[in-house]
Design a protein around this ligand. Structure first.
Ligand SMILES: [Zn+2]
Length: 413
């Protein structure tokens, strides 16, 4: 016979849980462990944890699914009486093995949350034997608990604000990252002043005043709210977004040149141009030999497109240089853009000129571009994963779990 301590470890419950009996439910094909909270932890409100007088027996015996025992499913079973909380009224009493209102134990929730951030969606569903929509509510629970235990807004000095599209570009999230911890600290549905104001409301005036730098993508509404709410902050434009604008301008030039060739009956030439997209996009140090030959070909046959390419590269180098030298390089670049006679780059030059102060602030303050870029990329991956969650809140929980540092350790390790 196994001792009660081994059972306790196997089930991941501590001394606050009394194990009464273990049996097997043939019909459910599950091990059922009968438990109760130790007397000292009984009769607390499930929502706030305050001691409260008993109310009634609630729904009687209840099951909580926990981590499988070998190949068998396992449930904890206990009474679920209600207490009369002075604040919440009749509420199911707190149990030490599970979150309030949960059908799974804490260990089950933690293992599932860990798996979601470490492996593929189908693996999680098969291994844990849960529906994907259940995963959404479990990770929301885990993140809510993490947020309650650790305030992500403490000591913020340098933050980044960005918008991310989801639902095929029809909906948006506004997100905030902490440049110092490298974490995602907040996300909400929407991309407007009202949404962003909610973030600064959460922080409160005292913490808003401590923020020194806010990086963003140059969107007017972000700038307006930041100026209004963070009296001591300098607004910077993320280098990541400036590079994105330049890539977009280059792609516009390529498309125009390609369309001209196509309409002019130069179909072979058009085809070759189409194949150049990646050679133009990539950083020169990452080019394959084939892509290098493509670029050499562009230089020979289309000087405008090649000049556009050089301009994109020059801008990228200036941004990467950072510091005072970068500011001189940016000035030179703006002068070049003004007289380049490539409409997309003349336009890009104007956009940069309008945002020059913010771009220079980013160059001088050496903000991590990698953070905004990787958060942006990772959230796109997570969004594909979150497909199947009905609530955007579950996508936000998934994002915070993965990028906000709320992923719990594996139980028992
Ligand atoms: Zn309560």
């Amino acid at each position: 016979m196994l001792g009660v301590n081994v059972w306790r470890r196997m089930l991941g419950v501590d001394r606050a849980t009394v194990i009464e009996d273990v049996d097997f439910d043939e019909e459910a094909d599950s091990v059922v462990v009968h438990v109760r909270p130790r007397r000292s932890t009984k009769r607390r409100c499930g929502r706030c944890g305050v001691r409260a007088p008993g109310y009634d027996q609630g729904d009687g015996r209840r099951n909580w699914r926990t981590i499988d025992l070998g190949t068998l499913m396992c449930h904890l079973q206990a009474d679920s009486p209600r207490v009369d909380c002075p604040e919440h009224g009749p509420t199911v009493a707190q149990v030490p093995w599970a979150h309030h209102d949960a059908g799974h134990t804490r260990d089950f929730d933690d293992q599932l949350a860990w798996l979601v951030t470490h492996t593929a969606k189908s693996t999680v569903v098969d291994l844990m034997r849960v529906a994907w929509r259940t995963v959404g509510s479990i990770i929301s629970r885990v993140v809510a608990e993490g947020l309650a235990a650790h305030d992500p807004f403490d000591g913020l000095v340098r933050i980044g604000i960005d918008e991310i599209s989801y639902k095929r570009g029809h909906r948006y999230l506004t997100i905030a990252v902490d440049h110092d911890s490298g974490r995602l600290i907040w996300a909400a549905v929407g991309r407007d002043k009202v949404t962003l104001n909610k973030f600064f409301d959460l922080l409160g005036d005292k913490r808003n005043a401590k923020i020194r730098l806010v990086s963003a993508d140059g969107a007017g509404w972000i700038g307006e709210v930041v100026t209004e709410r963070c009296a001591n902050a300098t607004l910077c434009i993320d280098a990541f977004h400036v590079c994105q604008w330049a890539s977009k301008a280059l792609d516009d030039v390529r498309r125009d040149v390609w369309n001209e060739a196509r309409k002019g009956g130069m179909s072979q030439h058009a085809k070759e141009l189409k194949g150049c997209r990646y050679a133009l996009w990539r950083n020169p140090e990452d080019l394959t030999a084939r892509q290098e030959r493509k670029l050499a070909w562009i230089a020979k046959v289309n000087t405008a497109l090649y000049r556009a390419y050089l301009m994109k590269e020059q801008l990228r180098i200036a941004i990467r240089t950072k510091g005072v030298l970068a500011i001189t390089m940016l000035d030179d670049w703006l002068a070049w853009a003004q007289r380049c006679r490539i409409p997309a780059f003349v336009e890009l030059g104007r956009k940069l000129k309008r945002n020059q102060k913010g771009i220079e602030a980013a160059m001088l303050n050496n903000l991590s571009n990698a953070l905004v870029e990787s958060t942006n990329t990772k959230l796109r991956v997570l969004h594909r994963m979150a497909f199947g969650f009905k609530e955007p809140e579950h996508l936000i929980a998934l994002a915070l779990l993965d990028r906000g540092g709320y992923c719990p350790p594996l139980p028992g390790r």
